[in-house]
Design a protein around this ligand. Structure first.
Ligand code: ATP
Ligand code: ASP
Ligand code: MG
Length: 326
């Protein structure tokens, strides 16, 4: 295969193009990234199935979806809502609410490979890590702790990179400037407060540039469903950062008590009626403690392949601000 490593080593000047506008060598490169994507999906889903998780199919339209608020990282231009059968439904922003209900009632350990629609502001076109339709491998486990999630994700990533290096050596060599390294588990864990004290508001960008190994960041104030200790003010949640693209996963131990969920929804000034089912189940004591997370697949494959922009991992790129026919 043709050596294409000079492509991802240059700065991001040109945005990813649709398939019909690619040259023969760019199409070859696209196909190589596609092989890494296929391998990644196979490896991750196998790890979760082998660890006792059930694979659920996603939904595209629901009354209740992730509020994505308050989240310091969110930059949503528009929310898509549509009337069907006389009811307002929203496109899936993440499957978090479905995960909480499904893991509590029927599927103690579950994962969903789920399309997420988030119409990011057009100014995010060149961050290289934002697309307006992306995919999460979103998982949840009843009675799990943050530590359990760390161990599982670390195993999934080490297994993935080890097998990628073995099975797709020529593709990785053609795509990347430097060899992909198998991460060393357990990964380092850092408190967000410490990072802010060191780097200020730009801590995310600084951390992404500085780290050479995957790093967990914990204690991040955000959406109501992540667990907050009201006594200490600490959040039992986490993001996983990888070199270059930074955050590749977000997750948490979850809130399950009715009073806390309600108090946080009210504090965040989110519409209660959009979370009526979750609130009802929590009131009845049917929401069970759990922990989970979502892995951004395009960011993960972007990291593995060393692309400049994660839309390069998409057959049909979703660059903020750009709509192609396909
Ligand atoms: P960021 O702060 O990087 O914009 P976020 O914290 O708003 O991301 P989450 O709501 O935590 O994102 O989403 C869960 C995961 O989904 C992220 O860790 C990331 O891997 C992925 N993800 C989120 N937004 C995008 C996006 N616009 N494009 C690609 N992947 C995304
Ligand atoms: N998938 C994330 C989680 O499990 C939620 C999100 O997408 O923000 O916490
Ligand atoms: Mg996040």
């Amino acid at each position: 295969m043709m050596k294409t490593s000079e492509v991802p080593c240059v700065p991001l000047t040109e945005l990813p193009k649709p398939l019909d506008q690619l040259s023969p060598s760019e199409l070859e490169r696209k196909a190589a990234i596609g092989k890494v994507m296929t391998h990644t999906l196979q490896s991750l889903t196998s790890t979760y199935i082998d660890s006792g998780f059930q694979w659920l199919l996603p939904v595209a339209l629901s009354q209740s979806t992730d509020p994505l608020w308050p989240d310091p990282g969110a930059s949503i231009d528009k929310r898509i809502e549509v009337d069907i059968y006389g009811k307002i439904v929203r496109t899936t922003a993440s499957m978090i609410i479905h995960k909480l209900v499904a893991s509590s009632l029927a599927y103690p350990k579950l994962f969903i490979v789920s399309p997420n629609v988030r119409i990011e502001k057009a100014e995010r076109a060149k961050t290289g890590k934002h697309i307006y339709e992306f995919t999460q491998l979103d998982f949840e486990a009843r009675d799990a702790t943050s530590k359990d999630v760390f161990t599982l994700v670390e195993k999934a990533l080490v297994t993935l990179v080890t097998s990628l290096k073995k099975d797709l050596k020529p593709e990785l060599e053609a795509l990347r400037c430097e060899p992909l390294k198998v991460p060393k588990a357990p990964f380092k864990v850092v408190d967000k407060a410490k990072l802010e004290a060191k780097y200020g508001d730009e801590w995310e960008a600084c951390l992404s540039k500085e780290i050479k190994e995957p790093t967990w960041v914990t204690n991040i104030p955000r959406e109501f469903y992540d667990f907050e200790d009201f006594k200490t003010g600490k959040w039992d949640n986490y993001d996983l950062f990888l070199p270059q693209f930074g955050e590749v996963l977000s997750g948490a131990k979850r809130e399950w008590e009715y009073k806390k969920i309600l108090a946080k929804i009210e504090r965040d000034q989110i519409k209660k009626e959009n979370y009526a089912l979750l609130l009802k189940l929590a009131k009845e004591g049917k929401v069970k403690p759990s922990a989970g997370a979502g892995i951004g697949i395009e960011r993960l494959v972007g990291w593995a392949t060393g692309v400049r922009h994660i839309a390069e991992t998409q057959p049909f790129p979703r660059v903020p601000g750009t709509v192609n026919e396909l």
